[in-house]
Design a protein around this ligand. Structure first.
Ligand code: FES
Length: 140
């Protein structure tokens, strides 16, 4: 961060402000799989605490921690913009949505086995359509 500040000829605090505010900037190395758990209000109301517990039970780590083998890091983040499909997590570049604790554990087991699950809604929902199915634009 000091290097970047010097390179851009700006006060160090400007770089620190950005780097410590946005969670997409990691200040320490993260695991091969970075599990970012959204805990903002919609995800919290829909069960993000239970997802945190499922991650803890399956991985043996808490928020801000990395597994001993370096494969998984669990991070708490603010809204990732998929509230309609809450609760959700981002693992590396992909969103896993409409989660429950059992599905969360299944997804983590699949990553452990080297065969990651298909991202997106985990309930069969079509993208962000109503859970009961599309109600508009049903015919082309
Ligand atoms: S609150 Fe979780 S994605 Fe918006």
């Amino acid at each position: 961060m000091e290097y970047v500040a010097a390179l851009l000829d700006m006060a160090s605090i400007r770089v620190y402000e950005v780097a410590t505010f946005y969670t997409m900037l990691n200040l320490e190395p993260v695991g091969r799989y970075h599990v970012q758990l959204c805990r903002t209000t919609p995800c919290w109301l829909r069960g993000s605490d239970a997802l945190r517990d499922a991650c803890r039970d399956e991985l043996g780590i808490g928020l801000g921690e990395t597994t001993e083998d370096g494969h998984f890091t669990l991070t708490e983040v603010e809204c990732l913009g998929a509230c309609v499909n809450a609760p959700m997590v981002q693992i590396n570049d992909h969103f896993y949505e409409d989660l429950d604790p059992a599905r969360m554990k299944d997804i983590l087991r699949a990553f452990k086995a080297g065969d990651p699950s298909t991202p997106g809604p985990q309930t069969g929902r079509q993208t962000s359509a109503p859970a009961s199915g599309p109600t508009t634009l049903t015919e082309l």
